[in-house]
Write a protein that binds this ligand. Structure first.
Ligand code: ATP
Ligand code: MG
Length: 444
C-alpha cells in the first residue's frame, strides 16, 4: 500500500534522505492516511540529530524552540512541519512529563515511546511502512491498543487516558480489552493533569462521532475529570417525557447535536442539576423543577475550573438556563426570549432544544418539535421584519426621556424597559411620538 504524502512534507523527507539520513512521516498523519482521512499536520521523524537538522535545513525558515526535545519546525513555502529526532523518553516524574529525553538511531525505539499502536506507524515512499506494533492491523480491526504495557504507559503519562478516549470517539475505535481495563484502573491519575489539557481532550472526545459509546463505556473516567456528573449516573427520570436515565439522556442529547465544542458541552451539562432538583409526586412520577438554574450553577464551576474562555462559559450557561423554555406559539414570547438571548444564541437554543427532544421519549415528540419549528419561523419573521425586541432598537433612548424630565438614573432604565415591553407586546408602535406620549401620560 502506498500513501499520498503531500509534496511539501515529501520535500523534507527527501532532503533528509539526500543528506544520508532516514526520514519518515509518523504519528497521526499516517494513522489518518491509512484510515483514508485528511491529516492536519504531517510530522516527520528522522535519525538526524538536532544540530544536524539545523545544518540540513540551514536554507529554510526554521524555529528551534523545541530543539532540546529534538524538534525543529521547518517551513516549506510558509507551511510549518515538525521534524523530530528519533528519541527515547526518560523516566516520568509527574504522570505527565519525561524528566529527560535521549536521542537514538533506532526508529523502533522511537515508535515504542508512542501512545497507541495506531499512532506508532512510520511511512516513507522509499521504505514503505515501519509498523513494529501492528498498528495498521489494529486500524483495520478498528482497535485502539497501547504500545506496550498499558498500566505502565498510563502511569508514565496520564493524559494518554483521555487521548485514548478522544481517539476512540473521533475515529470510532473500540478500545482493546486490556487497554480498556487499564484505563478504568488508572483513571484517578487524571487528577495530576492540568485542567487545560483535560479540557482539550474532553472537548475533542465530546465532538467525536462515537461519543455515545465511548463516554458511556468510560463514564467513570469522565467522572474523574467532572465529578459532578456522577450524580446523574443511573438517576431515573420516571416520567412520560423520558425513556433514559439522566446520564443516558445527556449522552443521547450530546450525540444528537452538531459536533461543535460549545453545543456538545452545553448538552453534557444541561441536565446536571436534575438529581438535586428531583421531587417525586404521589403517583411516583419525578419532577425536576428548577433544574436549569442548578445545572447552570454547577456548569459555571466546572467550566471555570476547566478554564474555558469567558465568552464560552457565558454562552454555555445561558443556553443551559434557557434550554427548557416552552415556546407557547406567541410571537410575544419569542421576542422576549430574543431580547434575553440575542439572535445568535437564539439559533443555538433551537439546536439545543431539538437535541434535547431527540433524547427524550417519543411522548408528544411531534408536538414538541412543531413548537420549536414554529418559534424558529417566528424568530426569522421578527428578524426579517426588523421588529423591535431590544432597547437598542427602541425608537427612544435614555436622553429622550431625560429631556422630557425623567430624573437621570434608575427611573430612566425602568421607563425604557416598560416601553420596550409594551412595544414587544404590540401594545404600542415603535415610534418616537407615540412612545413619548405614553411616558408623559403614565409617568409625568
Ligand atoms: P491529532 O490528529 O490530534 O493531531 P496525533 O496522533 O497527531 O493526533 P499529536 O498530539 O499531534 O497527536 O502527536 C503526534 C504523535 O506523537 C502521536 O501520533 C503519537 O505518536 C505521539 N504522541 C503524542 N502525544 C503523546 C503522548 N502523550 N504519549 C505518547 N505519544 C504521544
Ligand atoms: Mg498531530
Amino acid at each position: 500500500m502506498k500513501l499520498e504524502i503531500p509534496q511539501k512534507a515529501n520535500q523534507i523527507i527527501q532532503t533528509l534522505e539526500q543528506n544520508g539520513y532516514e526520514a519518515y512521516a509518523v504519528g497521526g498523519c499516517v494513522r489518518n492516511a491509512v484510515l483514508g482521512l485528511p491529516a492536519h499536520d504531517w510530522d516527520i521523524c528522522t535519525n538526524a540529530k538536532p544540530e544536524q537538522l539545523k545544518q540540513v535545513f540551514g536554507d529554510y525558515t526554521t524555529h528551534d524552540f523545541g530543539l532540546k526535545h529534538g524538534t525543529l519546525v521547518v517551513s516549506v513555502d510558509g507551511e510549518p512541519f515538525e521534524v523530530t529526532t528519533y528519541r527515547i523518553d526518560g523516566d516520568y516524574a509527574d504522570n505527565r512529563h519525561p524528566e529527560s529525553v535521549t536521542f537514538t538511531d533506532d526508529l523502533t525505539a522511537d515508535l515504542s515511546r508512542r501512545d497507541f499502536t495506531v499512532n506508532a506507524i512510520a511511512y516513507s515512499d522509499r521504505r514503505g511502512f515501519v509498523d513494529p506494533f501492528g498498528g495498521a492491523q489494529d486500524i483495520k480491526s478498528n482497535l485502539l491498543r497501547c504500545v506496550g504495557d498499558p498500566d505502565r504507559r498510563f502511569n508514565e503519562d496520564a493524559l494518554r487516558i483521555l487521548r485514548g478516549l478522544r481517539f476512540a470517539s473521533v475515529y470510532g475505535f473500540t478500545v482493546e480489552p486490556q487497554t480498556a481495563r487499564s484505563i478504568h484502573q488508572n483513571a484517578a491519575l487524571l487528577q495530576n493533569i492540568a485542567q487545560e489539557r483535560i479540557r482539550e481532550e474532553l472537548t475533542g472526545m465530546l465532538c467525536g462521532k462515537n461519543v455515545l459509546k465511548t463516554a458511556d463505556e468510560f463514564r467513570d473516567v469522565i467522572a474523574v475529570a467532572i465529578p459532578e456528573l456522577t450524580e446523574t449516573f443511573d438517576f431515573p427520570q420516571r416520567n412520560k417525557h423520558h425513556q433514559y436515565d439522566v446520564w443516558r439522556h445527556i449522552l443521547h442529547s450530546v450525540a444528537a447535536i452538531d459536533s461543535e465544542p460549545l453545543l456538545r458541552m452545553t448538552m453534557l451539562l444541561h441536565d446536571l442539576g436534575k438529581p438535586r432538583a428531583c421531587t417525586t409526586d404521589e403517583k411516583g412520577a419525578n419532577h425536576f423543577k428548577g433544574h436549569q438554574q442548578i445545572s447552570a450553577d454547577l456548569a459555571e464551576v466546572i467550566l471555570k475550573r476547566l478554564r474555558f474562555p469567558n465568552v464560552f462559559v457565558q454562552s454555555c450557561l445561558q443556553l443551559i438556563l434557557y434550554h427548557d423554555v416552552r415556546f407557547d406559539g406567541s410571537e410575544k414570547q419569542v421576542k422576549h426570549v430574543l431580547q434575553a438571548l440575542g439572535e445568535e444564541q437564539m439559533r443555538l437554543l433551537f439546536k439545543v432544544q431539538r437535541a434535547d427532544l431527540a433524547a427524550q421519549s417519543d411522548y408528544r415528540r411531534e408536538q414538541k418539535l412543531a413548537a420549536v419549528d414554529a418559534a424558529e419561523r417566528q424568530t426569522e419573521k421578527v428578524l426579517q421584519q426588523r421588529q423591535c425586541f431590544s432597547l437598542k432598537q427602541l425608537a427612544v433612548n435614555g436622553a429622550d426621556l431625560i429631556a422630557l424630565g425623567i430624573p437621570e438614573g434608575r427611573a430612566v432604565g425602568a421607563a425604557l424597559q416598560a416601553l420596550l415591553t409594551a412595544v414587544m407586546n404590540n401594545e404600542l408602535p415603535n415610534e418616537k411620538t407615540a412612545l413619548l406620549a405614553k411616558v408623559k401620560q403614565d409617568i409625568l
